[in-house]
Design a protein around this ligand. Structure first.
Ligand code: AMP
Ligand code: MG
Length: 326
């Protein structure tokens, strides 16, 4: 018996079918430039609620709404501050999510009861076509089970295929880590989650202080839990070139940039031979998915420099390694 997946190429007819399914309240997995998203009509509370059940995501973790144009922005919010407006003009479409006061039309389930809503305009032609064709904003968290590794290729999302109408293949995600999330508070921009858009880029655009939120302050960014993005095997962070004495032939290594002594590891992968942080980000989740499939006793991962998108990579790795032995 042949096993058929629900992964379809991003042809006009599959995009039309997916959009019709979304309008009918179903779930569709869509590509974006950051990670693959599990999408539903953002202004249909029942459709949005099925995202939480499919992902086993707690209801206190609000969703990001994805729009294709500025008309859709007006469905979700009645007012944007001048600073947020400037940032959207500069970085949209792209990997920046803004948190702003929600309109009446946004169901409470989307925002976990908050008065604010998170919004992004993705820079992926297939995502934009699907949103446009659906004609409504789409709530779309990463298309993985809650707390697990994020998907950057369609095949990473197969765990969820029973819950969805279709998975639209847009190729590997170019950026590979989730969007930068920001809000404005007391004349400052607060980074709620680091991503490709850096504090420096934001500061240069709005000439306001940019601070990083303390992730333990629950009201700022609910859902940013210390443990997240985790493979099945434990992750332990090490320094570049380090060989931990506990490593065995059942362990695997995810190195940052160069060939190194791979003993005693069962397998080793390099994030970026040239040491490019952008390439490391785009490879990160795919490498972790592949190493995790080998069922190692431990995945040792080399730390990367905490600059630019390296800050987002280290944020995801620290959460993947949270509470693990080693
Ligand atoms: P994701 O899991 O990629 O869909 O990202 C959703 C994250 O965005 C949540 O875990 C929250 O931390 C953040 N978020 C969404 N909506 C809000 C909001 N209204 N206020 C603050 N943070 C939000
Ligand atoms: Mg996620």
């Amino acid at each position: 018996m042949s096993y058929k997946t629900k992964i379809f190429p991003a042809t006009e007819s599959h995009i039309k079918d997916a959009a019709a399914a979304l309008r009918a309240g179903k779930l569709v997995i869509i590509p974006t430039e950051t990670v693959y998203g599990l999408a539903a009509n953002a202004i249909d509370a029942e459709a949005a609620s099925s995202i939480f059940s499919a992902k086993k995501r707690p209801f206190f973790d609000p969703l990001i709404c994805h729009i294709a144009d500025y008309d859709m922005l007006e469905i979700l919010t009645d007012h944007l501050s001048p600073a947020l407006k400037r940032l959207t003009k500069k970085f949209w479409p792209g990997p920046l999510t803004i948190v702003t006061i929600k309109s009446e039309k946004v169901p409470r389930i989307i925002t976990s009861g908050l008065q604010t809503v998170a919004i992004r305009m993705p820079a992926h032609p297939v995502a934009i076509s699907i949103i446009k064709e659906a004609g409504v904003p789409l709530a779309a968290p990463s298309a993985n089970l809650f707390g697990k590794l994020s998907p950057t290729r369609p095949e990473h999302t197969l765990d969820l295929q029973q819950s969805v109408h279709s998975i639209i293949d847009g190729g590997p995600c170019e950026i590979g880590v989730e969007s930068t999330i920001i809000r404005e508070l007391d004349g400052k921009i607060v980074i709620l989650r680091p991503g490709k858009i850096t504090p420096k880029q934001i500061e240069e655009t709005v000439h306001m202080p940019v601070i990083t939120s303390n992730e333990t302050e629950v009201p700022d960014a609910p859902g940013q839990l210390p443990s997240h993005y985790a493979p099945a095997s434990p992750v332990v962070l090490i320094d570049e070139g380090e060989t931990p004495s506990e490593a065995t032939s059942k362990s695997v290594l995810l190195a940052f940039r160069k060939d190194r002594d791979n003993s005693p590891f069962m397998a080793a992968t390099v994030l970026s031979a040239t040491g490019s942080l952008n390439q490391a980000a785009s490879q990160l989740f795919d490498c972790l998915h592949k190493l995790d499939k080998l069922s190692p006793d431990t995945i040792y991962v080399e730390r990367v420099p905490s600059k630019g998108i390296g800050i987002a990579i280290m944020n995801r790795l620290t959460k993947a390694a949270f509470n693990k032995v080693g």
